[in-house]
Ligand binder design. Structure first.
Ligand code: NAG
Ligand code: NAG
Ligand code: NAG
Ligand code: NAG
Ligand code: NAG
Ligand code: NAG
Length: 394
């Protein structure tokens, strides 16, 4: 015989079960603070990487030019950003000074120096910290010889005078090392008489700059960000992303950007007076306004000469050798969104799948379909949401 259970019992049981479920969910979400534990561990691991780069370098005396780093990633519009900043005569600019030395490091950990000594490093980022410490002080004579043969020295208005000097000397049967000895003081003087020494790099994480920010109270960091879909698509033409590994590569890439943003947010020495993040799209679309803000942040004098050079940069005829990220683009504003017209939707979808956590903290959104992708009136920006302290691995 079945037991008759009164209706109100069911109701009570239902209330009871619902109550338990709510309490259970509450416990899961708020008490079992896995998300917070994850964030703590994550920060610990960042700190560990920071301390390894603290290498007993002496504090800066504060005299000399203000060091500035444009920290960014391959194909993120950094040539443009660098040229915008070196539009001022007060700036001594170096384009990718870590490039040649990094390529050398991959072959050999030993570097030759002007003092005829050889020095070896076990870790590239440790080397990079020491290298940047010398650059920030214009101590070019302390840099490895391989630095001086980098063709990229031609990309800085002032550093290219060093290349001219080298060419002149070596044409007169002076040995390369003797020429470097003669031309380095010229570059040093040019650097020391500038108000800012600005370098642009895609080769280090922000953590490498944290100990330097402590040693150089005036150091400022410009973190240049671009839509990762545009960056990754552009990188794909440089063999960085191949079809099979693109999702893995995109995850890695977005995690790297996410790491840098997290470092910036949680490092007390990188307050808003030291660190500034700027989007390439914003810089390209609102060049004048954004440059003004950048100059203001870096305390570089924004004058009529800068404005006229800026106009040349954003409106001059398209003559540069980088078809997509031209600094001298015919229309830098149109340039910023052009990728949306040619990128395959499948590529966008693959990146969206693994990068949406990054989007949430940089104010971007996934693109629902090809129709929205191609419609440039459809804005892919959205309000930043609270940092969830999470990054999804595949
Ligand atoms: C550098 O200076 C800061 C404050 O000005 C000080 O806290 C720090 O200990 C100094 N570091 C070194 C290596 O001298
Ligand atoms: C590294 O080694 C490769 C192969 O030996 C060579 O082609 C390349 O020029 C070297 N690069 C540097 C920067 O020494
Ligand atoms: C260049 O200098 C080297 C050594 O100083 C010498 O042996 C050589 O003959 C010189 N060449 C010319 C073209 O002057
Ligand atoms: C702008 O570009 C033109 C043509 O390349 C050049 O003649 C002019 O000097 C440039 N102006 C500035 C301020 O750089
Ligand atoms: C540049 O491109 C933007 C966006 O497509 C457009 O609104 C603007 O009129 C263009 N400017 C010139 C000078 O072609
Ligand atoms: C493009 O997007 C805008 C903004 O979302 C929308 O108003 C417009 O109707 C869209 N155009 C087409 C052709 O779908």
């Amino acid at each position: 015989m079945g037991v008759i259970i009164p209706f109100h019992y069911y109701r009570r049981r239902k209330v009871f079960i619902t109550g338990c479920t709510i309490i259970f969910l509450f416990v899961i979400i708020f008490c079992n603070d896995k998300a917070f534990t994850y964030t703590k561990e994550y920060l610990e691991s960042l700190k560990k990487r920071q301390s390894r780069a603290s290498l007993g370098i002496k504090n800066s005396t504060g005299s000399g030019p203000v060091p500035v780093v444009i920290l960014t990633y391959m194909r993120s519009g950094s040539s443009f950003c660098g040229d915008v900043l070196q539009a001022s005569d007060d700036v001594f600019y170096l384009f990718e000074p870590l490039r040649n030395v990094q390529f050398h490091f991959r072959n050999s950990s030993a570097f030759d120096y002007l003092d005829d000594k050889k020095r070896s490093y076990t870790n590239f980022l440790d080397f990079a910290a020491i290298f940047l410490n010398d650059i920030f002080r214009c101590n070019f004579e302390n840099l490895p010889l391989i630095f001086f043969s980098d063709w990229f020295l031609n990309k800085g208005h002032k550093s290219k005078e060093f290349v001219a000097c080298m060419n002149k000397r070596t044409a007169t049967n002076t040995s390369e090392i003797a020429a470097i000895r003669q031309c380095t003081p010229v570059m040093k003087r040019s650097c020391l008489t500038s108000k800012h020494i600005i370098i642009k790099t895609i080769r280090i994480p922000l953590t490498t700059l944290v100990p330097l920010a402590e040693l150089f109270p005036k150091l400022r960091i410009v973190h240049l960000l671009r839509d990762p879909r545009a960056t990754l698509y552009s990188q794909s033409f440089f063999g960085m992303v191949n079809k099979d590994t693109s999702q893995e590569y995109a995850t890695m890439f977005c995690r790297r950007v996410y790491d840098d943003l997290t470092t910036a947010k949680h490092t007390s020495s990188l307050q808003s007076s030291r660190y500034f993040s700027v989007s390439y799209e914003h810089l390209a679309k609102y060049s004048l306004e954004t440059t003004k803000i950048l100059y203001n942040f870096l305390e570089i004098n924004f004058n009529a000469k800068v404005i006229s050079r800026l106009e040349n940069l954003t409106k001059a005829e398209n003559t540069c050798d980088e078809p997509e990220l031209c600094t001298k683009s015919s229309n830098s504003s149109a340039e910023a969104d052009k990728w949306r017209l040619s990128i395959p939707y499948s590529f966008v979808h693959a990146v969206d799948n693994v990068c949406h956590m990054l989007y949430s903290i940089v104010g971007l959104q996934s693109i629902p379909d090809e129709h929205h992708l191609r419609n440039l009136s459809f804005s892919i920006k959205r309000k930043n949401i609270h940092d969830l302290g999470d990054f999804r691995y595949i």
